[in-house]
Design a protein around this ligand. Structure first.
Ligand code: ACO
Length: 323
């Protein structure tokens, strides 16, 4: 049996940091309100010349270096993003070109904040199906470019960044003790499309548009959807909350993260939280959090790591990895 094993990880953040205090000068808000409601203290904002592709390239290079690989060793690139450099070509082929890779396949995947979970699940299916051997999976976003900077209910929540992992197909024994992706549980329900969306697009307005969100409505569904896909992952693998070494959630809101962990019975010491430093970076948030916790030595080889996300669509999902 072939398993997709994590070989490398990397991340990239824009240089510019915007604190809540600075946000106070842009809209009618306060550091206290933002911290209390979301846990966010600062976010990184892309500057001139920094784009989704350039951040993705930096994260990819860091992951390749850690894996001791070059782009020649890859045969698949998937970029999860809702903020591509262009409508087309895909940001993935842009990054492929930046890496000097002239073979294999590269494409974008769009599942908003669940994009990285969807992309890992897709890369894993390609690897297990024999369509790829080594996949670079990137989550990269520049949400600052689709925010309405006069809307205090959304502009304080998001940030920019990128993270990447490299998955390699390796033969395993077929038990959950093996390393690699153990299961992926993906869900969507388009009925909720109007609760979190961008009010523009090439086929409707011919504009890029701005992010719109009914925050309270998203919040209402989040914990239930997240715990549902995590429980499905436990059931599929015969594992339980007690077996999880690290929960690495999508970083949207501290209250959603804490509420989900509490409902599942996962203690807060096992939850990786970066929302305070990065804000919500959509598809980039999980690989950024993975890079943080794997770089500082918390996530170690052999650890059982649960990824989860929920976002626009709605889309939601979980991936369980033996690191
Ligand atoms: N500063 C100060 N006050 C504000 C701000 C702000 N930045 N934003 C809203 N308020 C005010 C509102 O106007 C409202 O005032 P009112 O009572 O006078 O009308 C009050 O604060 C409360 O507003 P709510 O929206 O009820 O606040 P809530 O506690 O729900 O928190 C939040 C808002 C943080 C957006 C929360 O609903 C949330 O986190 N929702 C989930 C968002 C999320 O997780 N998205 C994930 C997916 S993202 C993706 O897929 C791209």
């Amino acid at each position: 049996m072939i398993r997709s094993v994590v070989r490398g990880f990397g991340a990239a953040l824009p240089k510019r940091v915007m604190t809540n205090r600075e946000m106070e000068s842009k809209v009618d808000t306060s550091d206290e309100w933002i911290v209390q409601r979301t846990g966010i203290r600062q976010r990184h904002i892309a500057g001139e010349g920094e784009t989704t592709a350039s951040l993705g390239e930096r994260a990819a290079r860091a992951a390749l270096e850690r894996a001791g690989m070059t782009a020649d060793d890859l045969d698949l690139i998937i970029v999860a993003t809702s903020t591509p450099d262009n409508t087309f070509p895909a940001t993935a082929v842009n990054i492929q070109n930046r890496l000097g890779m002239r073979h294999g396949a590269a494409f974008d995947l769009q599942a908003v904040c669940s994009g990285f979970v969807y992309a890992v699940a897709t890369a894993d299916a390609y690897i297990r199906g024999g369509l790829a051997r080594r996949a670079l999976v990137i989550g990269a976003e520049t949400f600052s470019r689709i925010l309405d900077w006069s809307d205090r209910t959304t502009c304080v929540l998001f940030g920019d960044g990128a993270g990447a992992i490299i998955l390699e197909g390796q033969r395993g024994e077929g038990t959950t003790a093996d390393r690699g992706v153990l299961t992926a549980q993906l869900r969507s329900d388009g009925m909720h499309g109007d609760k979190l969306y961008v009010d523009g697009g090439p086929s409707t307005t011919g504009t890029v548009g701005h992010l719109r969100m009914e925050g309270r409505e998203v919040f209402k569904h989040a914990v239930g959807m997240i715990t549902d896909v995590i429980e499905a992952a436990f059931e599929a693998t015969g594992t339980s909350a007690d077996d999880v070494d690290w929960l690495v959630p999508h970083q949207a809101n501290r209250r959603i993260i804490d509420g989900s962990a509490k409902k599942l019975g996962i203690p807060s010491e096992k939850v990786v939280v970066t929302v305070d430093l990065h804000g919500n970076t959509s598809a980039a948030s999980i690989p950024l959090a993975l890079d943080t916790a794997a770089s500082d030595g918390r996530i170690k080889k052999g650890d059982l790591v649960m990824l989860e996300a929920m976002g626009g669509g709605f889309t939601w999902g979980s991936v369980l990895i033996r690191w």
